[in-house]
Design a protein around this ligand. Structure first.
Ligand code: NAP
Length: 282
């Protein structure tokens, strides 16, 4: 039976540690004020509203201040860009986060490009993506960084291991593969066009699934003793949150496994807080 990679516990500890460091830095006059995050929420996407509320709660737990700018669904590109320009200039703002997805018609690429790379705590700006590729990250993308931290917390070795990442999105799959490569893993990326997915996953010592399809990863696709990380967050037919991995059967074969919820999700949020603290210290 696999050991559960308890992201909720680890994330809580990370946030407590950040809170202490913020207080120490403030007491030592390295920080004149608490780190400040501005989140921009455009439109009424219910999932986005929950994510934004959670981030605000995380900020409070870490001793940070935060503000959410809510804009209507029909916000123009010009108005959004003007807001970002003013936040870029505002020295009281350390991190700017534009909650995705944006309503149809708003060009995400243009909007993310406009954020000052030094305040880009999501690590989506091309400069930060490039720095990551070059092995000189300013910030690390929150979800893959959360996975790496979780593996480290459980002393799971990566060097020389066969790592298979299912999914190649800019937000999760690609940077996940980069971080595993940087940690000396031998990395394979699979995606929707991969032929015979199971042939790859069965070879994985560390399997990371980031697709968004409940039941995609079944026990027969997993090697005995593999470490299985489920990034996905789906709603199952019963309405409950679930990942890509058939948890009940796969946990019988894996050595370590993340639950959904309580695995990668809280780690992603904790890494955002680390990035914000880093942005403020810079
Ligand atoms: P995405 O942009 O939709 O990417 C999904 C990836 O899965 C694509 O690369 C796609 O391949 C691949 N894929 C689709 N069907 C497949 C199949 N049958 N076999 C193999 N690969 C397949 O999604 P995302 O933004 O990366 O997010 C992935 C999942 O993670 C979602 O469930 C999302 O909710 C979750 N997520 C969780 C967190 C967290 O904090 N826990 C953070 C971000 C995202 P192609 O490239 O060929 O289309």
């Amino acid at each position: 039976m696999a050991i559960i990679l308890d992201g909720a516990r680890v994330a809580k500890e990370i946030k407590q540690q950040i809170r202490k460091e913020v207080a120490d830095m403030h007491a030592a006059y390295y920080l004149a004020r608490p780190p400040h995050l501005v989140t921009i929420l455009v439109g009424n996407n219910p999932a986005s509203q929950i994510y934004v509320r959670n981030k605000a709660r995380d900020c409070e737990e870490c001793g940070f201040t935060n503000e959410t700018v809510e804009l209507p669904e029909d916000t123009t590109r010009g108005k959004l860009l003007n807001l970002i320009v003013s936040l870029n200039k505002n020295q009281g703002v350390d991190g700017i986060l534009c909650q995705l997805p944006l309503p149809e018609g708003l060009d995400e690429w243009a909007i993310l490009n406009a954020i000052d790379p030094g305040k880009d705590v999501d690590c989506f700006h091309p400069e930060n993506v490039g720095r990551l590729t070059a092995g000189r990250p300013a910030f690390k993308p929150c979800t893959p960084a959360g996975v790496m931290r979780l593996l480290a917390e459980y002393s799971i070795p990566i060097a020389g291991k066969n790592c298979v990442v299912i999914g190649r999105s800019n937000i999760v799959g690609k940077p996940m593969a980069q971080l595993l490569t940087a940690a000396d893993g031998t990395v394979t990326i699979c995606h929707s066009r991969t032929e015979n997915l199971a042939a790859f996953t069965r070879n994985a010592d560390i399997l990371v699934s980031a697709v968004g399809r409940p039941g995609l990863v079944t026990a027969d696709m997993v090697k005995d003793g593999a470490v299985v990380v489920d990034v996905a967050m789906n709603r199952g037919l019963d309405g409950k949150l679930c990942g890509d991995v058939d948890f009940d059967t796969v946990q019988e074969k894996a050595s370590y496994i993340t639950p959904v919820p309580g695995g990668v999700g809280p780690m992603t949020r904790a890494m955002l807080m680390e990035n914000l603290f880093k942005a403020a210290m810079r």
